[in-house]
Design a protein around this ligand. Sequence first.
Ligand SMILES: Nc1nc2c(c(=O)[nH]1)N[C@H]1C(S)=C(S)[C@@H](COP(=O)(O)O)O[C@H]1N2
Ligand SMILES: [Mo]
Length: 315
Amino acid sequence: MLIKPSEITPQQVYESRRQFIAKMALGAVAGGALWEMANRAAFAQEPAQKLAAKLNPSYAALDKQTPFKDASTYNNFYEFGTDKDEPHQSAHTLKTRPWTVTIDGEVKKPVTLDIDSLLKLAPLEERIYRLRCVEGWSMVIPWVGYSLSNLIKKVEPTSSAKFVEFTSLADPKQMPGVGSRVLNWPYVEGLRLDEAMHPLALLGLGMYGQTLPNQNGAPVRLVVPWKYGFKSAKSIVRIRFVKDMPRTAWNVSAPNEYGFYSNVNPEVDHPRWSQSSERRIGEDGFFQKKRKTLMFNGYSEVAALYTGMDLKKNF
Ligand SMILES: Nc1nc2c(c(=O)[nH]1)N[C@H]1C(S)=C(S)[C@@H](COP(=O)(O)O)O[C@H]1N2
Ligand SMILES: [Mo]
């Protein structure tokens, strides 16, 4: 089966954890359980907070939305393990408040912003984007956030800034997967400056009308819908403007499989599998015919960013 079913929503997990902690306070449990619960109390996930956002009709995919339950239980977030259900099982240990993002490098106005400042930096919009994982599945998620360009304009990149590098948190105390060697930590991703400035590139602060579940990259992530999902770095702590193309985590681990650009392209296969079709999570059954993958994941308005480039070479 493709999707592991789970009966538990993050909200329910949080509630039941609180109840359990309350019971423990009555002295009902001791020893190992006490230690376990002390840890859980310290690591209780921030409760979801509603985010008021107006739907931006220019960025509202007409595709059927993926159910929240699928989008929040079938995840890639290797800092919490490589199985699809591990982030949802383990990411409650991620402490998302307080949280700051440092924006520096080739900019006139470097700054460190906390999450409340980021939530207020520009009007929050709802945008319904398709996201296509390089593994051959996709989802349709109503994100909450705003164009990354809003943030970029505030820090005033210098004329030397050609690329933007995004770094995710890598704290082994909060992220059990960071102990493993599947990737070189921290998780780093990058965009060319003009790609990062494209209005489609979203700074994501929520989904489905509320703050991001930890497993989806709380409290702030990137959503770049014309590129394979791994370009959309989660739980970002640093945004750095640089002269040279950043060395990204996936490119370092397997340069022949994951290029810097990683635009969704049905004509350029992954060395180990075809990229011509995909399965929509929560919608397409395992035995159903797969749906066709579209160039740039259907976001043809970005094509002008790549005029004159050989997209087979620059995969
Ligand atoms: N820090 C970090 N960001 C990450 C990943 C990761 O392992 N670590 N996985 C990427 C991959 S492969 C995909 S497909 C998307 C999945 O996002 P979602 O779980 O919200 O659907 O996140 C991306 N961002
Ligand atoms: Mo992915």
